[in-house]
Design a binder for this molecule. Sequence first.
Ligand code: FES
Ligand SMILES: [Fe+2]
Length: 381
Amino acid sequence: MNVPKLNQATFSQISKGFDPIASRSHSLHSRCYQDPHFAEIERQHIFHNSWQFLCHEKQLASPGAYVATEIQGQSVFACRDKSGELQAFYNVCKHRGHELLKGRGQVNLIACPYHAWVYELNGKLASARRSELIEDFILEEICLDSIRVEVFCHLVFVNLNPNAISLSQQSEGLADEVLSYAPDLSELAHAHTLTYSIKANWKAVVDNFLECYHCPVAHRDFCTLVEMDTYKVKTHGIYSSHMAKAGRSENKAYGIDSAEVTDHAVWYLWPNTTLMRYPGRGNFMVWRFYPAGPEETYEVFDFFFETNSPNDAEREAIKFIDETLQPEDIALVESVQRGMRTPAFNQGRYLVDPENSGLSEHAVHHFHSLILDAYQRAVES
Ligand code: FES
Ligand SMILES: [Fe+2]
């Protein structure tokens, strides 16, 4: 496969004005938010080279359980094999390349829907119809191509780069932090999914997620749910932490009066995953932003609760996200995308403060520096 290269001149052009010090820096150039060349660079150098969330480990607990997905054009699946090992493979049959599994489910063996070759859950070919007629056909030599899989904070991640450094090593400190806020994460069950199609580049959606400078202006209700004075944002390596105490409010989206969880804890994890713990009963959310084109994002939001269906308070919280926060944010980023298409906007400043408050935009600068590091690697590749 052809790995696209970024030339040095283009890199110098789009990193112009960016400074390692956020308060002096200008943001990423608008060209990176619309040019298909950058979308292709990101596909291969970022999405095919990073840890991508797949599911909660509970969803792959029993032998034969599988979850299939697509990582930017590459079909993959993970499953629990008969010996209890977690395995992950390209979802591609070794006969003619047909996809093997769809969605999620439970199987004893993996049977290809095209000509019914059958694989064990460890990827080894178990049978191929009429192969006994072929002289040098050696079943034992045929096996699915495996990919990297890792359980991180009881969540399953996969990575298409066979040499990737483990996620726990890359995100040092994050697992301890997440589990200190969500010690019950291993017990939580998948209860709900929200999805959105957004007419904006995925980076514009992440940018918006990473700052609450816009919250008092665009999310008045949200500001009553958290104590904005306690909101702190810290960046570390490939992640950032966004923490606040829940406020006491009339808004029923966060019922904290009898809640076990009273913190609003959010983490951004490079490149496109966010992890969240909201006030209320034991809960966890995993939110991902996938490019669906240079100017389109597909967003998936999975909710994990103490039970596999939300209670009344959780239904209120989901409704608040789906009917208030998301429409507000989607309108913002779609407007930004339209602005970026004009010659009137190329890059802007980051409004940062030394206290690293929730109003500061230093986590956006941190994200952009990770994007530029990836572009730099694309120049050197
Ligand atoms: S492509 Fe899978 S059996 Fe033929
Ligand atoms: Fe927002």
